[in-house]
Design a binder for this molecule. Structure first.
Ligand SMILES: NC(=O)c1ccc[n+]([C@@H]2O[C@H](COP(=O)([O-])OP(=O)(O)OC[C@H]3O[C@@H](n4cnc5c(N)ncnc54)[C@H](OP(=O)(O)O)[C@@H]3O)[C@@H](O)[C@H]2O)c1
Length: 231
């Protein structure tokens, strides 16, 4: 299969790309930073293409949709890119400025909504296509989610509605909600908590999802560290 991974140059998206490549799929990974993308492309080897773009920019989303239509007709789309909250106010819904909420909603919800609209005509033409949306357990918790949690609740609502609307077209939509997951970004922020999930846990899950019969869909999976969510 050909699978597009938006936000596949690092973290969970990259781990998903790695597992899918191991299983023989062709993968197109996107991200904003060209050097990181190139490095990821080289690391993952043959079977990987890269496309630099910012998913929040309409022109970039249109360019990606055009590239996909011409050179990489997709059977699956994994939406993993996200904007994270400022660490110092991440659990608050009163401290962050309203502009931070708008910006995080734009990146985590509107950008995905726009891209799927652009890709939909192509997905409809494919056989048994799938859309995988990476949410967060912040989108199911009712406390301490901050503005990021608001965006992930909205994204979850989008995923449930998309699942319902596209089922008649034979397009499977899955929402995967990770709890705390160990990534390079967390290391950069000084976090070294090894009780967190491994990014590869999501690679294993998404690879399994693409092996299932076309009539099966994982509607929603919540995966947390054994110790629970940590804030
Ligand atoms: N890690 C966790 O603990 C955790 C927990 C729950 C949910 N999640 C969710 O899992 C997903 C992946 O998170 P992660 O921890 O793997 O993040 P990450 O390590 O920061 O990786 C994010 C990826 O998305 C790309 N990206 C970010 N903004 C983008 C944009 N505007 N346009 C295009 N690409 C963009 C990044 O590349 P560039 O920066 O170069 O663009 C990178 O490839 C997110 O949806 C996140 O909300 C993560």
């Amino acid at each position: 299969m050909r699978i597009l991974i938006v936000g596949g140059s690092r973290g969970i998206g990259k781990a998903i790309a790695a597992e899918l490549v191991k299983s023989g799929h062709s993968v197109l990974v996107t991200g904003r930073n060209k050097e990181t993308l190139e490095r990821t492309g080289q690391e993952l080897g043959a079977g990987v293409q890269t496309f630099a773009m910012d998913v929040t920019k309409e022109a970039d989303a249109k360019a990606l949709a055009a590239y996909v239509e011409k050179d990489f007709p997709v059977d699956g789309v994994v939406l993993s890119a996200a904007q994270f909250p400022k660490p110092e106010t991440k659990t608050s819904v009163t401290a962050p400025e309203a502009e931070e909420l708008s910006s995080i909603l734009d990146a985590n919800v509107t950008a995905n909504y726009r891209l799927i609209r652009l890709l939909l005509p192509q997905l409809k033409a494919r056989k048994d296509p799938r859309v995988v949306i990476i949410g967060s357990t912040s989108g199911i918790r009712q406390d301490k989610g901050g503005v990021y949690g608001i965006s992930k609740w909205a994204l979850a609502s989008y995923a449930y509605n998309l699942r319902d609307e596209l089922k008649g077209l034979g397009i499977g939509v899955s929402l995967i909600n990770p709890g705390g997951t160990f990534t390079e970004t967390r290391v950069k922020h000084g976090e070294e908590d090894r009780s967190l999930l491994e990014s590869s846990d999501f690679g294993i899950l998404v690879d399994a999802l693409f092996r299932m019969s076309p009539q099966a869909v994982l509607e929603r999976v919540d995966m947390r560290p054994l110790a629970g969510d940590t804030y």
